[in-house]
Ligand binder design. Structure first.
Ligand SMILES: N[C@@H](CCC(=O)N[C@@H](CS)C(=O)NCC(=O)O)C(=O)O
Length: 202
């Protein structure tokens, strides 16, 4: 199995987290985003939108889209499932993956990009900070009476949120989390998980 990705990429990190949870390694093929290797014909043949990651199985099956890959690996690799069997917990997991994708990661990355590349456009940062406010409030309320977003267990919902939260802390935005005690306690649990540490190069 080959994973075409970049170790700094949030989307690649979701896939790496699932592999680490399952105790599996894929052959990692580094796609250099600075050199635009994601736009080469060879990579476009695996990922027609010219981004990472893409997964290639030993039988030649190729797929892309980080959340789809995460679900596929969780379903096919042996080990503890990251998808709840209980239908309501499953619904909550999918709901929060939707929250991450639709409301959180966009504004979070707006902040991260400005800080990470030192462009520091304060207008963009303010928009990003405003954007993540409501999702963080919603997460905080959800985590008031359970340790993880879908219930008692770490699931693909945490896998999907972790790379963006990791970057917000890495670029010094920890004050965003200070008013949200439940989110802060949750992040303590999530960020100390060996799979999350490994996927994020810690
Ligand atoms: N929806 C895609 C998004 C992939 C994506 O945007 N990847 C970023 C890195 S996290 C990328 O390759 N950026 C390089 C570019 O846009 O050229 C997924 O979840 O896999």
């Amino acid at each position: 199995m080959k994973l075409y990705g970049n170790p700094m990429s949030t989307c690649t990190r979701k896939v790496l987290t699932v592999l680490a949870e399952k105790g599996r390694e894929a052959e990692f093929v580094n796609i250099d985003l600075q050199k635009h290797e994601q736009k080469t014909p060879a990579h476009l043949a695996r990922q027609p939108f010219g981004v990472v990651p893409a997964l290639e199985l030993d039988d030649g099956f190729i797929m892309y889209e980080s959340r789809a890959i995460a679900r596929f690996l969780d379903r096919t690799l042996p080990g503890t499932s990251l998808t709840p069997a209980d239908p309501k917990a499953y619904a909550l997991m999918e709901q929060f993956i939707g929250v991450e994708q639709s409301y959180f990661s966009g504004p979070a990355m707006k902040i991260v990009m400005e800080r990470f590349f030192n462009t520091n456009n304060e207008e963009n940062i303010a928009k990003g900070r405003e954007g993540v406010k409501r999702p963080l409030e919603v997460l905080d309320a959800a985590l008031a009476n359970r340790p993880f977003l879908a219930g008692n267990d770490f699931t693909l919902a945490e896998v999907c949120f972790a790379p963006y939260v990791e970057y917000l802390f890495a670029v010094g935005e920890k004050d965003l989390f200070a008013p949200h005690k439940n989110v802060s306690a949750w992040w303590d649990r999530v960020s100390n998980r060996p799979s999350v540490k490994k996927a994020h190069g810690r």
